[in-house]
Design a protein around this ligand. Structure first.
Ligand code: UGA
Length: 437
């Protein structure tokens, strides 16, 4: 099938590359010409494990452009809108980029039947709003109302950064929401190889043993949109729940790792997303919980459970710095090393990363901050030039002469440091923000 993916962020690029690997003819469009130039040269503009290999494997089925006219929209079967929806100051989602994409597509639609898919995480009800934008743009360009030659669908994304390709090839489920069965049919055909798991798995991402068919959930637009928010909010509150239990466990001298194992083995609870520590960050949980609360507010509804999950989460960062202060007594003039900056391992993404708040608080209290991260230092320097942090390419060097080492992101390489020597004389305090050691 002929596919256009608008937006080459984590969601758009991974989706485009996987669909191209499955044999579809995919154009990836982004308004950022630097990104498109890199992609044309076969280089991923973001760090994501295996993306470079997959890009090479799928390259013959991929095209990259910044130009909507070049994207051949009139002959495209499926258009994915996968642009960013950053938070507005009031917690709502900024839909400016979605609107731009929708208008650009609408103005170029023709007689061919096209399914336009909202892959960006958009507030509940956005499917209808996008339909209106497309219809108006179509009417403006063609001079008449469209005759049912396009449909809007919602196909929320559940991939995690750091394992985005694995999650796209081997998802727990695929959710398709649309008001018209034709849209669902086209998307079901598009995803057939994933649903049936009958494609040849890439060598770098073998199919997990016993992984056969993928469940398909089909529903109306609003339900599909809500599934995404409800899923992310649930995961966020699962983590905040275990962190709240961890607080009490620490007081009574119980071991949160054992508690998580003990409750996670109950199949109704499940073992995943019960790692206690300094909590969640990233581009999704903070943004989506805020957006859900903001949508509820439009209906005069409160979401006290989700609000509480957010409060618990963001307090964890302060508490971590307080713990360092307790250990060192005085932070002023002390050298504190942050191991890890990215919001989680296997990504260079710093959005809502706990490391940023922690570094700011430490600097404010007069500490000298050292930091290491295997891939996120360049982003940190670029995005936070005002933070007077000493960066180290080598983790061993970063911890030298430290009074405290704060494990912020659980990159596996930190397990390999010579901890015996580092902690030998008890002068260096180690605070494990991820229950990693
Ligand atoms: C999350 C969801 O997991 C994806 O299903 C969803 O598609 C994505 O958001 C999105 O909406 O785009 P992501 O933010 O990439 O994915 O990363 P996660 O692996 O979910 O981790 C989020 C944060 O939770 C990280 O800061 C991680 O360190 C933290 N976390 C995760 C914990 O503190 N404890 C856990 O047990 C698990």
């Amino acid at each position: 099938m002929k596919v256009l993916v608008i937006g080459t962020g984590y969601v758009g690029l991974n989706t485009g590359v996987v669909l191209a690997y499955l044999g579809h003819d995919v154009t990836c469009l982004d308004v950022n010409s630097e990104k498109i130039e890199m992609l044309k040269q076969g280089k991923p503009p973001i760090y994501e494990p295996n993306l470079d290999t997959l890009l090479t494997l799928a390259y013959d089925h991929l095209h990259f452009t910044t130009d909507y006219d070049e994207a051949d929209i009139p002959n495209t079967d499926v258009v994915f809108i996968a642009v960013g929806t950053p938070s507005l100051p009031d917690g709502g989602a900024n839909l400016e980029y979605v609107a731009q994409a929708a208008r650009s597509v609408g103005a170029r639609l023709d007689g061919h039947f096209t399914v336009i898919v909202n892959k960006s995480t958009v507030p509940i009800g956005s499917g209808n709003w996008v339909t209106t934008l497309i219809r108006d743009a179509y009417q403006k360009s063609q001079g008449h109302r469209p005759h049912g030659n396009y449909f809007i669908a919602s196909n929320p994304e559940f991939l995690r950064q750091g394992s985005a390709l694995y999650d796209t090839f081997y998802p727990d489920r695929i959710v398709l929401g649309a008001e018209d069965p034709r849209a669902i049919d086209i998307l079901t055909n598009l995803y057939r190889p994933l649903l049936n798991q009958d494609f040849t798995a890439p060598e770098s991402l073998p199919r997990p043993e016993g992984f056969t068919a993928v469940p398909l959930v089909t529903c109306d637009l609003a339900s599909a949109e809500m599934i995404k928010y409800a899923a992310n909010s649930f995961l966020a509150l699962k983590i905040s729940y275990i962190n709240e239990i961890a607080h009490l466990a620490e007081k009574v001298g119980a071991d949160i790792t054992q508690i998580a194992r003990g409750i996670g083995l109950d199949s109704r609870i499940g073992p995943r997303f019960l790692n206690a520590g300094i909590g969640w960050g990233g581009s999704c949980f903070g943004k989506d919980t805020a957006a859900l609360i903001s949508t509820a507010c439009e209906y005069n509804l409160e979401m006290p459970i989700i609000e509480a999950a957010r409060n618990v989460n963001y307090q964890l960062r302060e508490e971590f710095v307080m713990k360092a202060q307790q250990e060192l007594k005085i932070l002023k003039g002390k050298t504190v090393t942050l191991l890890g900056l990215a919001f989680k391992p296997n990504t260079d993404d710093l959005r809502d990363a706990p490391a940023i708040d922690i570094a700011k608080m430490l600097l404010l209290r007069g500490a000298k901050v050292h930091a290491h991260d295997p891939v996120a230092i360049a982003n940190m320097k670029r995005q936070y030039p005002e933070l007077a942090i000493d960066y180290f390419e080598d983790a061993n060097e970063a911890v030298q002469d430290s009074d405290a080492v704060l494990l912020v992101t659980e990159w596996p390489l930190y397990k390999k440091l010579d901890w015996k020597t580092i902690l030998k004389d008890g002068k260096v305090k180690l605070l494990d923000g991820r229950n990693f050691f």
